[in-house]
Design a protein around this ligand. Structure first.
Ligand code: CMP
Ligand code: MG
Length: 390
C-alpha cells in the first residue's frame, strides 16, 4: 500500500481527473498551473486556476463522494501526491468536532455549487452525541475549577528508616456537588481535551501549598522539621520555559518556601518537550527541586538522570509490587538506587502496601516511601492533622 508522499509529472493539457470520477489522491502543485472546471447550469465553467503551493482534489478524499470538478494541466506540471490513506489517517486523528466541521464544510460547498440535489450529510446522531458530551464535560470542568470543586488530596510520603512522615504528594480530586468524590480519571481526560491541564495543576498545587505552608508554620513553632510538597506538573507546562515564573507568585501567595516544593514531572514529558531542561533549570534556580515521576515505566531512563537536573526519582509502583517475589525486579531497583545515590539523587518508592516491601526498599537504600501502608490520599486538612499528630 502506497501511502507515502510521492511525485507525479504531467504534461501541459493532461486531464488529471474528470468531474464525477472516483478519487484516490489529492495533489499539491509543486510546479506549473492547473485549471479546475465544473459543469454548471450555464455550461462548463472555470472555477479557479491553481499554482505552486496550492492543494486540490481534497474534497472527494475527505467525503468519499465523486470528484466535484475536473483538473487539467495548463503547463508541464509537477505534483506531490497525497494518498487517500494519509488523509484518512489524519482525519481519524482529528477531534470529533474537527472531523464533523471538515465534512460539513465540504458538504455545504457541494450543495452550494452543484446542479443536482446533494444527498444528506452522513453524520450520525451518535457522533454528534459524543461531541455534545465532550462540550458539556468541558463546561462542567471549567465551572468546577471556578467554584473550587477541584481540590488537592494529600498522600503522606514517609522516611523509610523510621516511617516518620516527611512530606506529601498532592493529588487532584473533584468534589462534585451531586456526583460526590470523583477520581483523577474523571478530571484528566476532560482537562486535556479542554486545554485546562495547566489550570488544573495550579489549582491542585496552589491549595496544597497553602495547606502545607500552614502546617510548616505549626511544625516550626513546635521546633520540628518542615514537610515537603510534591506536586505534579503535566506536559503543557513545559511547552515553554516559563513554569518557574508562574510558580513563584503561587508559592508567594500560599506562603510556601520554594525549597519545600518538589516539581514532579514524568519521563514522557521530559522527552517530548525540548524546553523541559531549561524550564527545570529555572525551577531549580527558584529554590524548588525536581522529581522524576513514574521512573522505570517509560523509555527509561538512566540517561535522563544525567541530561536533566533531577533531584529525586519516584520508583513506580509496578516495581514495588513485584520486588518481594521477583529477584530480578529487586536487583533492578537496587542498581537504580545505587546509581541514584552516586548522582546525589534521592529515591521515593511508590505503591508500598506491605511492611515487607517497605523493609526491603529501606534495606536497598531507598530513602522515602509512599503507599497505602502509610496512608491513602485524604483531604489536605486531615493529612496535615495526621502529620502533626505523628
Ligand atoms: P475534488 O472534489 O476531490 O476534485 C475536484 C477539486 O476541485 C476539488 O476536490 C477541489 O480541490 C477543487 N474545487 C472544487 N470546487 C472548487 C471551487 N468552487 N473553487 C476552487 N476549487 C474547487
Ligand atoms: Mg506523581
Amino acid at each position: 500500500m502506497v501511502d507515502a508522499l510521492y511525485r507525479r509529472r504531467a504534461a501541459a493539457g493532461t486531464l488529471l481527473f474528470d468531474e464525477g470520477d472516483e478519487a484516490d489522491c489529492a495533489y499539491i502543485v509543486e510546479r506549473g498551473r492547473v485549471e479546475i472546471a465544473a459543469s454548471r447550469a450555464t455550461g462548463n465553467v472555470v472555477l479557479t486556476r491553481l499554482g505552486p503551493g496550492e492543494i486540490f482534489g481534497e474534497m472527494a478524499l475527505v467525503d468519499g463522494a465523486p470528484r466535484s470538478a475536473s483538473a487539467r494541466c495548463l503547463d508541464d506540471c509537477v505534483f506531490v501526491v497525497v494518498g487517500r490513506d494519509q488523509i484518512h489517517r489524519e482525519i481519524a486523528g482529528a477531534t470529533p468536532l474537527m472531523s464533523i466541521l471538515l465534512r460539513t464544510l465540504i458538504h455545504r460547498l457541494r450543495v452550494a455549487t452543484s446542479r443536482v440535489v446533494s444527498p444528506a450529510l452522513p453524520i450520525g446522531i451518535d457522533e454528534t452525541a459524543r461531541i455534545v458530551a465532550r462540550i458539556e464535560g468541558e463546561h462542567e470542568l471549567r465551572r468546577a475549577l471556578e467554584n473550587g470543586e477541584v481540590v488537592a488530596f494529600l498522600q503522606p510520603i514517609v522516611a523509610l528508616d523510621g516511617a516518620a512522615p516527611a512530606g506529601f504528594e498532592a493529588l487532584a480530586r473533584w468534589v462534585h456537588p451531586t456526583r460526590g468524590l470523583l477520581p483523577p480519571t474523571a478530571l484528566l481526560a476532560p482537562a486535556a481535551d479542554a486545554d485546562l491541564l495547566e489550570t488544573l495543576d495550579f489549582a491542585v498545587a496552589g491549595t496544597a501549598a497553602r495547606a502545607v505552608a500552614a502546617l510548616n508554620r505549626e511544625l516550626g513553632a513546635a521546633g520540628r522539621a518542615p514537610a515537603f510538597l510534591s506536586a505534579n506538573f503535566s506536559a503543557p507546562h513545559f511547552a515553554d520555559t516559563q513554569l518557574a515564573g508562574r510558580l513563584a507568585p503561587m508559592l508567594e501567595e500560599a506562603g510556601l518556601d520554594p525549597i519545600h516544593l518538589k516539581v514532579e514531572i514524568t519521563e514522557t514529558t521530559l522527552i517530548v518537550n525540548p524546553h523541559a531542561a531549561e524550564a527545570l533549570a529555572r525551577v531549580k534556580a527558584l529554590g524548588a527541586s525536581v522529581s522524576l515521576d513514574d521512573f522505570g515505566t517509560g523509555y527509561s531512563g538512566l540517561s535522563y538522570l544525567s541530561r536533566f537536573p533531577i533531584d529525586h526519582i519516584k520508583i513506580d509502583q509496578s516495581f514495588t509490587s513485584r520486588l518481594v517475589e521477583d529477584k530480578r525486579t529487586a536487583e533492578i531497583v537496587r542498581s537504580v538506587v545505587d546509581l541514584a545515590r552516586l548522582l546525589d539523587i534521592s529515591a521515593v518508592a511508590e505503591g508500598i502496601e506491605t511492611p515487607e516491601q517497605a523493609r526491603r526498599l529501606a534495606e536497598m537504600g531507598v530513602g522515602f516511601g509512599q503507599g497505602y501502608l502509610f496512608g491513602a490520599p485524604v483531604p489536605a486538612d486531615a493529612a496535615c492533622a495526621a502529620f502533626l499528630a505523628a
